[in-house]
Design a binder for this molecule. Structure first.
Ligand SMILES: Nc1ncnc2c1ncn2[C@@H]1O[C@H](COP(=O)(O)OP(=O)(O)O)[C@@H](O)[C@H]1O
Ligand SMILES: [Mg+2]
Length: 324
């Protein structure tokens, strides 16, 4: 999405966090004075840029003459492959199956002008990565939060869906400190043979490209959060346990203030986590339980992870609830 400065005609892409009302031109610093018409997309008035990713631009928006807030994700048609279109469709289909206070549903998608668009509910809050910096939660609070995320994940899995891109940027924490899972752009169902065929083709093509260029392996999801079984060639074996791995990494990061390192030994990851937990002077029995739970959830072997998101949530709660 591009806007033009009316003063110097400079075309620019809005940056993340930019409020469109009262914005100034990044080049001549003249007020942009964007009119309502300039800020309209279909029946939605764009208010603020929430995020600019490789995958498109996300705006906070509202319907004209309606105070309800939405997120509007715009993807340039030229950048949307056949596989991406199927992902968009799946995002809507999976959203319709879900009904949970901590799962953010997409309502609608379609095409208009040069763009594909996707509409979801807006959640007032902060992505988890920013929320952590502001609130610096103690271990029991982090466990409590991950239990709530685990509950939402169980709801997703109960619909036979797998999120496949769970990470702090895809979890919004609202003002009541409740988490909301967003961004079902990679969501899949085990039974979705059409999407699987497209992904298998894409995976094979990417694998050939990467092998030729000698670059690292391609991962479906986000490196660092995606489970090892989401590596290309194995991406089709993503399962509910893959989301539990990602949530385990989220918990590790909340507790240890760093991600578990793949290349470091399990022992090193344990040492980093324990030393950070020790700085909180917890009951040593709790430190042991937390370490065990967290390291099992982000275990490379799916069979060593908690058997379900609910089991993970229950284990988190059994440690945090007596203390909060
Ligand atoms: N429903 C929402 N409520 C509030 N903020 C949101 C919502 N959806 C997205 N955002 C913000 O926009 C960013 C990008 O959105 P996301 O759907 O994750 O797109 P991307 O495909 O670029 O990762 C998020 O990290 C978050 O900050
Ligand atoms: Mg995202």
């Amino acid at each position: 999405m591009q806007f033009h400065c009316k003063n110097c005609r400079f075309p620019f892409k809005p940056a993340s966090g930019m409020k469109l009302l009262g914005a100034i031109c990044p080049k001549c610093e003249h007020p942009l004075n964007l009119s309502v018409a300039d800020r309209m997309f279909g029946k939605y008035e764009m208010l603020e840029v929430l995020g600019v990713g490789g995958y498109g631009t996300v705006f906070k928006a509202q319907e004209l003459n309606n105070s309800l807030l939405f997120t509007l994700k715009l993807l340039r048609k030229a950048d949307v492959s056949r596989a991406d279109q199927v992902h968009l469709l799946r995002q809507i289909q999976s959203s319709r199956q879900m009904n949970h206070a901590s799962v953010v549903a997409a309502h609608d998608f379609g095409q208009e002008g040069d763009y594909w668009y996707l509409i979801s509910d807006y959640v007032e809050g902060l992505p988890l990565n920013e929320w952590v910096k502001r609130f610096n939660p103690a271990p029991y609070k982090s466990l409590h939060l991950c239990a709530l995320i685990g509950d939402a994940l169980q709801h997703i899995h109960d619909q036979q869906l797998i999120h496949r891109d769970l990470k702090p940027g895809n979890i919004i924490i609202d003002e009541q400190q409740h988490p909301h899972i967003i961004d079902f752009g990679l969501c899949t169902s085990k039974r979705d043979s059409h999407l699987m065929t497209i992904e298998r083709y894409r995976a094979a093509r990417e694998a050939i490209k990467k092998a030729k260029s000698g670059r690292k392996k391609f991962i479906l999801g986000t490196p660092g959060y995606a489970a090892p079984e989401q590596l290309v060639g194995e991406s089709l074996s993503a399962k509910p346990a893959s989301d539990i791995y990602s949530l385990g990494v989220v918990l590790y990061e909340l507790l240890a203030n760093q991600k578990p390192a793949n290349r470091l030994s399990r022992l090193m990851n344990r040492r980093n986590l324990v030393s950070r937990l020790n700085s909180y002077h917890l009951d040593p029995a709790d430190t042991k339980k937390i370490t065990q739970l967290c390291l099992s959830a982000c275990s490379a072997k799916a069979s060593k992870r908690p058997p379900s998101a609910l089991a993970f949530a229950t284990a988190c709660r059994s440690i945090s609830d007596p203390k909060t």
